[in-house]
Design a protein around this ligand. Structure first.
Ligand code: FES
Length: 102
């Protein structure tokens, strides 16, 4: 499956996230203890940037109205988010972070 390089591993420290672009879509890439995960960066409530949210364990909290999303599964834990966000498969090649094109 085709993938696109979106960042380098050194750009995203453990416990942080970065917004990247995947063919015009905003994606949030998270580093959880050295493992990288990618989910849509657009909160399903009103579009808040999840890459700027607070991270606690596997959960990111939307900075706008505090909806919680699971970084590994994209699931929302309830209102105000009406549903979860899309997840994307991350592939590490050397020091490059790639995301598979869905
Ligand atoms: S935009 Fe994310 S909780 Fe409202």
């Amino acid at each position: 499956m085709a993938s696109i390089k979106v960042a380098e591993t050194k750009e995203i420290a453990p416990g942080t996230a970065k917004q990247v672009d995947l063919n015009g879509k905003k994606i949030a890439v998270f580093n959880l203890n050295g493992t990288f995960y990618a989910i849509s960066d657009t909160c399903t409530h009103r579009g808040g940037p999840l890459s700027e949210g607070e991270i606690n364990g596997d959960i990111v909290t939307c900075p706008w109205h505090m909806a919680n999303f699971n970084i590994k599964t994209g699931e929302a834990d309830g209102p105000p988010a009406p549903r979860g966000v899309e997840t994307y498969r991350v592939v590490i090649e050397g020091s490059d972070i790639h995301i598979e094109i869905p």
